[in-house]
Design a protein around this ligand. Structure first.
Ligand code: SAH
Ligand code: SF4
Ligand code: F3S
Length: 486
């Protein structure tokens, strides 16, 4: 079961709105030791925690949802903004108190913060026993062994090949209906604000056959939706020539040509027409018309694209090293509308107050939002990250109060656009997938439409995992409401 905790105790004020973390679910298969993982950051990190749980299971650990019962606690961390790191620091100080009472408890920091800070983290956080980067999880059993012998365990080696393709994840983040599949790791783009290329290393694509196999297994186990994950899915590329032929079994050997993202999307869509396929994140410079046509050809590929713009101003986009400008972005959106129509959901990420951004340039972000009419956005103010191109080259010169005010304007704009986009769906008949019980009432279910919007519907005789046709009857800026069509 999905287990998201609103972290209100450990962070205050506005941060509480944005910081969720996931914790491991209870799994009891009779192992002697217990592992508790708390995951921060992006879906990729949540997906990695499932790989970590799988590796640790082999070493004799069941997962627990209560850190008080744990022999080992892992924090799978995020470095994307300063706040994300501060949240983890605060959490560590809480766990360190617990460790004071239970010296046998072992604490490990995993993920992007581990990779960014390396041994410095062991020096700064004295009670941390392990620091393990995102490409070193296969080494966890060995590192746990070292720690149990009284040493510290550290491995922050970044790999050019590791994709964990052969590891069957323990599904920690799942409602039994939808699951993540990582299709690639790392990132070769050098957006000047971004720490990810430093924490996740070089981009590499996972064997396509291992991806379709995982999707098939999920479907056979009752799952109805998979989300293909990568920092830039459009640059997915797998070449049979570059990979070791000897390793391929018969079916893999059938792949003789280079597999691009549109090919992979088609392969996964063909697993079963009743398996919905989503993907994230698309990069505006790389998303191709082939991807859009493939989406159109398959009903089970959801009509939703997360296409982060970051800024609506071409000068700022250049400083950000996003390698597209405002016109290029708008042209991509036009293509999406032309090929997939007005109903296709489009969402974005925005950064307010990037280095040297003027009021007029900020207005360009608000105006591009108006033109695109985003269904929703993830919105942030710029946080300088040590070691990035922007930190080296451009002063972080927009005062915090101005950053926050611009961010608020972006949030207000998005909220009114979400309302407009939701209202136009009232009266439509849509197929939705039931994902769980609604938070508001046990008599209502939470479902999702193809465009990734939450639709609240009456329970009726429906079960989680059912597809059902609904008529949209009402909305807020966050949610649609529907009635079941018989
Ligand atoms: N690969 C994705 C982004 C992953 S990071 C892409 O290229 O779109 C998720 C989002 O965090 C980014 O899109 C950006 O909006 C935000 N972000 C990244 N670095 C940031 C920083 N230094 N300050 C503020 N927001 C940042
Ligand atoms: Fe960061 Fe840019 Fe890579 Fe996204 S594409 S992860 S923003 S460097
Ligand atoms: Fe954060 Fe690392 Fe993801 S920095 S956003 S957890 S790739």
């Amino acid at each position: 079961m999905e287990n998201i905790i609103k972290d209100i105790d450990i962070i205050s004020g506005e941060e509480a709105k944005t910081c969720d973390f996931k914790v491991t679910a209870e799994e009891n298969t009779g192992k002697s030791r217990r592992l508790y993982i708390e995951s921060y950051g992006c879906q990729m990190n949540f997906s990695d925690s499932e790989i970590v749980a799988s590796i640790m299971k082999e070493t004799g650990f069941d997962t627990t949802s209560d850190y008080k019962n744990a022999d080992v606690i892992f924090l799978n961390t995020c470095s994307i903004r300063d706040k994300a790191e501060q949240t983890v620091r605060k959490r560590l100080s809480q766990f360190n108190q617990i460790k004071g009472a239970n010296p046998e408890l072992k604490i490990g920091v995993l993920g992007c913060m581990a990779e960014r800070l390396k041994e410095k983290l062991l020096e700064e956080e004295k009670l941390v026993d392990m620091v393990v980067g995102p490409d070193a999880y296969r080494d966890l059993p060995n590192l746990v062994g070292q720690v149990e012998e009284g040493q510290k365990g550290i491995n922050t080696f970044l790999s050019r090949e590791e994709t964990y393709a052969d590891i069957s994840p323990v599904r920690l983040n799942s409602n039994g209906v939808s699951a993540f599949i990582s299709i690639m790791r790392g990132c070769d783009n050098m957006c000047s604000f971004c720490v990810v290329p430093f924490t996740r290393g070089r981009e590499r694509s996972r064997d396509p056959y291992s991806i379709t196999k995982e999707a098939q297994e999920l479907f056979d186990n009752g799952y109805k939706e998979v989300t293909l994950l990568g920092q830039n899915v459009d640059s997915y590329k797998w070449s049979p020539q570059e990979n070791n032929k000897a390793r391929l079994n018969k079916k893999e050997a059938e792949i003789t040509e280079v597999v691009h993202f549109s090919d992979l999307l088609e392969m996964v869509a063909k697993v079963n027409p009743k398996l919905r396929v989503r993907f994230s994140t698309s990069h505006p410079k790389d998303i191709t018309d082939e991807v859009l046509y493939t989406m159109k050809r398959y009903d089970n590929i959801c009509k939703y694209i997360h296409l982060p713009v970051q800024s609506g101003n071409s000068r700022i986009l250049e400083l950000m090293n996003r390698t597209y400008d405002r016109d290029w972005y708008l042209n991509r959106v036009e293509k999406i509308r032309e090929i997939l129509g007005e109903d296709c959901g489009i969402s974005s990420d925005m950064i307010a107050g990037f280095c040297s951004e003027t009021e007029e340039e900020h207005q360009d972000t608000l105006s591009i939002m108006d033109i695109v009419q985003y269904d929703f956005s993830y919105m942030f103010y710029y946080s300088e990250r040590p070691g990035t191109l922007a930190a080296k080259k451009y002063p972080d010169d927009i005062p915090l109060t101005v950053k926050k005010r611009r961010l608020q304007e972006i949030i207000d704009k998005q909220s009114s656009l979400s309302m407009v986009r939701h209202k136009r769906e009232i009266g439509q008949i849509q197929e939705v997938l039931v994902e769980g019980i609604s938070k508001r009432s046990t008599e209502q279910l939470k479902a999702k439409n193809s465009a990734n919007k939450v639709v609240i519907i009456p329970k009726g005789d429906l079960r989680i995992g059912d597809y059902v046709k609904v008529k949209i009857t009402d909305c807020t800026s966050a949610t649609l409401f529907g009635e079941i069509i018989n």
